[in-house]
Design a protein around this ligand. Structure first.
Ligand code: C2E
Ligand code: MG
Ligand code: MG
Length: 719
């Protein structure tokens, strides 16, 4: 076949240089040679292993090779005589087939890649080579078609073109080097990222981008990849033309020739500096507290989690301290949140300076910090750290021009005794911290299982109490106060009761602390005031002459809105302010800000009187009382119990009564159960008593009955 082609070429060259008859002769022999060449090049149906078919000029099949059977699945007798269209994948497939027929008249035939349908229905891409067949006189007689399945949808040339386009347009930088590591090609992203133009880079080595930050071992790895050790993917710090370093994510691969020798190396890289910055920022945001810059709960959890895994191996212990800083809320309220925030930052700095390097200090939320001591030998070490932290807060902290005093409660858990995972440790330390907050004697406490049980019980009560408000399970009882002069009922205290559907009557001693802690006391307080006023109105409508009713107020209810809230309730029920007394506790006075005094003054100005409940159990001194507009002192039951036999109780009761008389305050003794107690108090000059001796707290109807029948205290034997 090659012979025939060569003869053809030689003849055609000769023809170009000849004229006239000689030319005609040469052309005739050229035709003959061409026919021979065509015959040699064209496949024959029998000889070729490919799928080969023959068509007549109208497209009907006249020959079908075994290869065609293999490719399409039709036997020769199924295909012969049919129009070739039955092999087409779609009706309008390769519409330019006519051109192909025309092209097929050329020396080398025509080539096309088209879709065809196999007998089993499968559509395949085939590469089709069409040759025109000529009869003896050189006229077209039919078509010879050779087909081979192509696996890909793209021709090789298209593929090369496409790939070149993709490389050029890629967002990634592309760098191709030859076997000598000289740069032979780059794309436009390479120039955009590195700053080097093709002229500046082609012919150079990739050292052009070398930053010098990687060590020899790392460079050896990259070199090995470039020498064919296998594709390599990693991050390399490169250097731009302007000298700036940049992180790049790189993939290096090699291209081998047919002998397996490396002909080229190509690197694909992207500039990940922005990505890295964002990653670093995100990392910070996810792991550090925005205000103080200290680790947050997330990072604390990770660090302690790791330490715990190590500790388990080495059987070591660690501790978790959760701290709540007190008074920050009040400081922020009065001086603004900027001062409050600055204060928290300063506390963070002070704690950090107190702790050892290896201890983790984190800010949890609000006013809470956590300290993880990753390795401790004894529980006491955690206590020492707690004391050190508390000592840090002993002196006032200066922020701007203010000198601010804060305190802290600390709860401590030890791992692995108390818990084996970080959330449990923090939760239990929180339980201990809340316990410490209620404890007057200790500012820090270790967690115990008993605490946890109580905390759980609290939570259950809290949710049940919420329901109680909705389900109308609350009611007020009234306990009379009687005059120690006349023996008559001169007042009553409204006391909250909870008729629990399962537990029966629950004592306020149980649920009031829960309500205080959860904030539910605000809703309860509102309910009590509302209910008491409604009751007073009902009694008035029943023509009952009512002494004032005292309502207990929680310190949490005591805000600047309180006077308006009370005024609204009084008005709603048409109750006069002097029909209501308010009982407050000493904790409110200890908080003692000007704000509290102003609110008290406002309440008194409205016509209500204030009584100080449980007097003697808190910290306030009688002298201190002068600052507050309080008209009544209630001596706590704990001092009444021992009367008249306990010397201390007698002395205290006597001192309270004497001082109160000088302050012109009325005195009510709580919890008087015996005639002896009553007589002693009466002799001291106490004004009223409230206690089981006269009556327990009773439902409203019973109290009304007592009033109606004019029940009086019998003074009995005089002391
Ligand atoms: P409190 O205000 O000091 O009320 C007096 C408590 O002493 C009442 O207990 C009363 O039942 C009890 N008591 C009165 N006389 C005697 C007696 O002779 N012997 C004995 N053993 N106890 C007597 P209660 O009703 O259980 O209330 C306990 C505390 O719960 C109250 O102490 C008060 O602090 C709080 N509380 C009750 N109702 C309310 C309320 O509506 N709001 C608020 N914030 N606290 C309330
Ligand atoms: Mg009271
Ligand atoms: Mg009391």
């Amino acid at each position: 076949m090659l012979d025939a082609i060569e003869r053809c070429l030689a003849l055609s060259q000769r023809a170009r240089g000849e004229q006239g008859e000689a030319l005609a002769r040469t052309l005739a022999s050229l035709d003959a040679a061409l026919a021979e060449a065509r015959a040699a090049m064209a496949p024959s149906v029998d000889a070729d292993d490919h799928a080969v078919l023959e068509l007549d000029l109208t497209g009907y099949l006249t020959a079908w090779s075994p290869g065609a059977t293999r490719l399409f699945g039709y036997e020769a007798d199924e295909a012969l005589g049919r129009h070739v269209l039955f092999l087409y994948a779609e009706d309008d497939d390769d519409g330019n087939i006519a051109e192909l027929y025309f092209d097929a008249g050329g020396e080398a035939g025509a080539t096309a890649e088209v879709r065809r349908r196999k007998k089993n229905g499968e559509i395949i891409w085939v590469k089709m080579h069409i040759f025109m067949r000529h009869d003896d006189s050189g006229e077209p007689a039919g078509m010879l078609v050779r087909l081979a399945q192509v696996d890909e949808a793209l021709s090789a040339a298209d593929k090369i073109n496409l790939h070149a386009r993709i490389i050029e347009d890629s967002d990634q930088g592309v760098l191709i080097t030859d076997a000598n590591e000289r740069i032979v090609s780059i794309n436009s992203s390479f120039t955009r990222i590195t700053g080097y133009s093709p002229e500046e880079s082609i012919g150079k080595t990739p050292d052009l981008l070398r930053s010098g930050v990687h060590d020899a071992e790392f460079r050896a790895k990259v070199r090995a990849a470039m020498r064919g050790a296998g594709p390599w993917r990693g991050e390399i710090i490169g250097k731009r033309k302007n000298g700036e370093l940049f992180p790049q994510s790189v993939t290096i691969s090699v291209v081998r020739d047919e002998h397996g020798q490396i002909s080229h190396t190509f690197s694909l890289f992207s500039d990940i500096s922005e990505h890295k910055d964002a990653q670093a920022r995100m990392q910070r945001m996810a792991n550090y507290d925005a205000l103080t810059g200290l680790p947050n709960l997330c990072l604390l959890t990770q660090l302690v989690g790791q330490a715990m895994t190590e500790n388990r191996r080495s059987q070591e212990h660690g501790a978790m301290l959760v701290l709540e800083i007190t008074r920050v809320g009040a400081i922020s309220d009065t001086l603004g949140s900027d001062i409050g925030n600055e204060l928290l930052c300063e506390i963070g700095r002070m704690f950090r300076a107190t702790l050892r390097e290896a201890d983790v200090l984190a800010r949890l939320d609000g006013h809470k910090f956590a300290v993880a001591l990753l390795h401790i030998d004894k529980r006491e070490h955690a206590a020492i750290v707690a004391q050190k932290l508390l000592a840090t807060l002993a002196a006032p902290i200066r922020i701007a021009s203010h000198s601010l005093q804060v305190g802290a409660h600390i709860g401590i858990t030890v791992y692995t005794e108390d818990g084996t995972d970080v959330p449990t440790l923090i939760r239990y330390a929180d339980v201990a911290m809340n316990k410490a907050a209620q404890n007057i004697e200790a500012d820090f406490l270790f967690y115990s299982e008993e605490m946890n049980q109580r905390a759980k019980e609290h939570l259950r009560l809290e949710s049940e109490l919420r329901q109680a408000l909705v389900n109308d399970e609350l009611l007020l009882y009234y306990q009379p106060k009687v005059s120690l002069r006349s023996g008559r009922i001169v007042g009553a205290e409204a006391l909250l009761r909870w008729r629990h559907p399962v537990r029966g009557l629950v004592s306020p001693g149980v649920f009031i602390p829960v309500a205080e802690e959860s904030g539910l006391i605000l809703d309860l307080g509102t309910w009590v005031l509302e209910q008491a006023c409604r009751q007073i109105r009902d009694w008035r409508e029943d023509n009952l002459i009512m002494p004032p009713v005292a309502v207990n107020l929680s310190a949490r209810q005591f805000d600047s809105q309180l006077p308006q809230r009370i005024a609204a309730v009084l008005e709603r029920h048409g109750v006069q302010p002097d029909q209501i007394n308010l009982e407050i506790t000493e904790s409110l006075l200890v908080r003692g800000t000007d704000n509290v005094i102003a609110i008290m003054n406002e309440l008194v100005a409205m016509g209500m009187s204030l009584a100080l409940d449980d007097f003697g159990t808190g910290y306030s001194s009688l002298a201190y009382l002068k600052k507050f507009p309080i008209s009544t002192l209630k001596i706590d039951r704990s001092f009444v119990v021992g009367l008249p036999y306990e010397e201390n109780d007698c002395a205290i009761a006597r001192a309270i009564v004497t001082m109160a008389q000088q302050l012109r305050q009325e005195i009510v003794a709580e919890g008087v159960e015996t005639v002896e107690q009553m007589s002693f108090l009466r002799a001291l000059g106490c004004d009223q008593l409230q206690g089981y001796l006269f009556s327990q707290p009773v439902p409203a109807v019973e109290f009304a009955a007592m009033l109606r029948e004019g029940k009086r205290l019998a003074f009995g034997t005089r002391v």
